[in-house]
Design a protein around this ligand. Structure first.
Ligand code: AMP
Length: 411
């Protein structure tokens, strides 16, 4: 299958070529005909599969060939990073079509709000927005969506996790009932099904390898004690020729601490977290994109919606609490059919979490022996509870003398 099979107009084809896309990805092959056929859609697809272009292309084709005087499409996204990324992709693909888009997201001062307002009053074809900020604009009457034809919810599961359900429903209540609605989600928990039932009309359903990491990712893991993690990261970063590296840690304070530690080791790294303002975040991403910064350390804020090509290593400094976050984190590498490596450090406490990830992806991940100079790490025994085999202790509980009880009490 090629992009010519979709009968896109010339300007859109030019855009596709200028983006360097040669063949449609699997999700694009399935999704584009459904959307061109005016059907509602629920699609389960992770980032890195080409899902954004899978809805942007047919929407742009429709808008380019119709009479357009109003905002035609609204894309709701959970974070400003994702909104910006979708907008950049839309600008790239639509470059030769003359269609316009704008990203509308929270944060910034009153001036930013005013700029967004003015741009929408001047007229755009596509708005890509985070739900809260869009509502603020809708209630200030800067934008009218009563002629909207397409609504896309991107990373719908994430939006619900972030508590956007009410905002989404409020936005939808201001849209025409006759519209085409497309829902994209990396996972399909029951709450997504409920949302889909409420807002989609006889949708087609497309499932791209549910919650599976892209096949180009070489997934590895090291069993480490906490004190071995820094020497190990130094070994990995200094010993191999990775050019662009993302390091994930679950907590913001850990991310900040790691930045300091790596800098002391003369590793050029910057922390990316929610305490930074929008400008600071953009600057870090820009430095990383233009390869002047080799390492970013981030929390899961970074695991969604960061679209940077050519990340060759993702390191999970700890195991993410939610197995699906693992898939998002490692999905930052091996984007769109390239390859990459994802390495996870597993300490004794994180073993059961890691086993949950292995269960989710349906296979065991190779555990690599630590470099000799770091000594040996813990054994992998994820079923064992913290503090040893509790079941045995419980069974013999009554036999212990009171003095021993306290000492043996399971933690
Ligand atoms: P997404 O899953 O939408 O986040 O897309 C991941 C990356 O794949 C983005 O950088 C897209 O520009 C890129 N991409 C999308 N479609 C294609 C394609 N057909 N061929 C090559 N790259 C693509």
């Amino acid at each position: 299958m090629t992009f010519y099979d979709f009968n896109f107009n010339e300007q859109l084809m030019e855009g596709i070529q200028s983006m360097g896309y040669r063949t449609p990805t699997p999700i694009q092959q399935q999704t584009i005909p459904v959307i061109l056929n005016h059907k509602d859609l629920i699609a389960c697809a992770q980032t890195g599969t080409g899902k954004t272009a899978s809805y942007l292309l047919p929407i742009l084709q429709h808008i380019a060939t119709s009479d357009r005087k109003h905002v035609s499409a609204l894309i709701l996204a959970p974070t400003r990073e994702l909104a910006l990324q979708i907008d950049q992709l839309a600008e790239g693909i639509a470059y030769f079509t003359g269609l316009s888009s704008i990203a509308v997201y929270g944060g910034g001062d009153g001036m930013v709000f005013e700029q967004q307002r003015k741009a929408m009053i001047d007229g755009v074809d596509i708005i890509i927005a985070t739900p809260g900020r869009l509502l603020a604009h809708l209630s200030s009457d800067s934008v009218q969506l009563n002629h909207l034809e397409y609504l896309v919810l991107d990373e719908a599961d994430r939006m619900l996790d972030m508590g956007f359900y009410d905002d989404i429903m409020k936005v939808i209540s201001m849209l025409p009932a006759r519209r085409q609605t497309l829902l994209f989600s990396a996972t399909m928990p029951p709450k997504i099904r409920t949302l889909a039932n409420r807002i989609l009309h006889q949708p087609e359903e497309i499932n791209i390898a549910i919650s599976q990491p892209a096949s180009g990712i070489d997934q590895q893991a090291y069993l480490t004690f906490d004190e071995q993690k820094i020497p190990l990261i130094e070994h990995l970063l200094k010993g191999a020729s990775y050019a662009s590296i993302l390091i994930f840690a679950s907590r913001k304070d850990k991310v900040k601490e790691l930045e300091k530690t790596l800098r002391k080791l003369h590793i050029k790294a910057k922390a990316f977290h929610s305490d930074l303002d929008q400008q600071e975040r953009q600057e870090i991403l820009l430095e990383f994109k233009n390869r002047s910064l080799p390492v970013i350390i981030g929390t899961d804020v970074l695991s969604r919606g960061i679209d940077i090509e050519g990340i060759d290593l993702v390191v999970n400094f700890d195991v993410p609490p939610d197995p699906e976050d693992y898939i998002h984190r490692i999905g930052r590498t091996a984007r769109a059919e390239t390859t990459g490596t994802a390495i996870t450090f597993i300490n004794e406490r994180d073993q059961r979490r890691f086993a949950a990830i292995e269960a989710l992806i349906g296979r065991e991940i190779t555990k690599i022996a630590l470099p000799e100079e770091l000594g040996t790490g813990p054994e992998y025994n994820p079923v064992r509870k913290r503090g040893g085999d509790n079941r045995k202790k419980k069974k013999n509980w009554h036999k212990k003398k009171p003095a021993h009880r306290k000492q043996d009490k399971p933690k």
